[in-house]
Design a binder for this molecule. Structure first.
Ligand code: FE2
Length: 203
């Protein structure tokens, strides 16, 4: 499928047509369907911003919500048997349970913000919507993705939607690029959740 052309940016001063509003509402519902875990975020404002980031990513992406239930979560594993959504949801579940266990046993000396962990895990790979494209039914890295891996495009999308810096930090630092920075506790949790559900496929 050829990449879709960039959707016009919605500014506060521009009137949104009924057609655009319907499309945006459909995308929002599709995102909520893909991500039941959005309900876990207790801070409603943060949950809205995380949802908006995914909606914005789909507006700019050649991929559709359905593609995420078909394409592999990584291009680094030949014939990877796990889909994008299977992997990403698993990471969110591992990250949340890990954060809760750490808070239960280590919380006296270690502050952990569970909302930040969940939001960061849900958004960690949102930039892949700008890194991948589907051609002849197969996912591959797009020309844009060769210049900008998903930690970078993910942060750009999240900042555009007003996502707090502590969550943007998780997106930025969840992959190997993050080895160069000092990760927060929440970012360490998401990083390890991501890698423990990725490395076994690289055997
Ligand atoms: Fe990633």
């Amino acid at each position: 499928m050829p990449p879709r052309t960039r959707a016009p940016k919605k500014s506060a001063n521009r009137t949104v047509s009924p057609g655009e509003a319907t499309e945006s509402g459909a995308l929002r519902r599709a995102v909520q369907h893909l991500w039941p875990e959005l309900e876990w975020i207790e801070n409603r404002d943060l949950g809205e911003k995380v949802t908006s980031t995914w909606v914005r990513a789909f507006e700019l992406s050649p991929l559709t919500p359905d593609d995420l239930n078909r394409i592999p979560f990584t291009l680094l594993v030949p014939n990877c048997p796990a889909t994008f959504m299977e992997h990403k949801r698993c990471v969110v579940h591992i990250a949340r349970r890990s954060a809760e266990a750490m808070r239960e046993f280590l919380g006296r000396g270690l502050k952990i913000d569970i909302d930040t962990v969940i939001a960061g895990a849900i958004l960690a790979d949102v930039g892949k919507l700008l890194e991948y494209e589907v051609v002849d039914g197969k996912a591959r890295q797009s020309p844009r993705g060769e210049f900008l891996r998903h930690p970078f495009t993910g942060v750009a999308l999240a900042m555009e939607c007003g996502v707090p810096e502590a969550v943007c930090h998780i997106i930025a630092a969840h992959a190997a690029e993050g080895d160069l920075v000092k990760r927060t506790t929440e970012a360490i949790i998401v990083h390890h959740a991501d890698f423990m559900s990725y490395l076994p496929f690289r055997k």
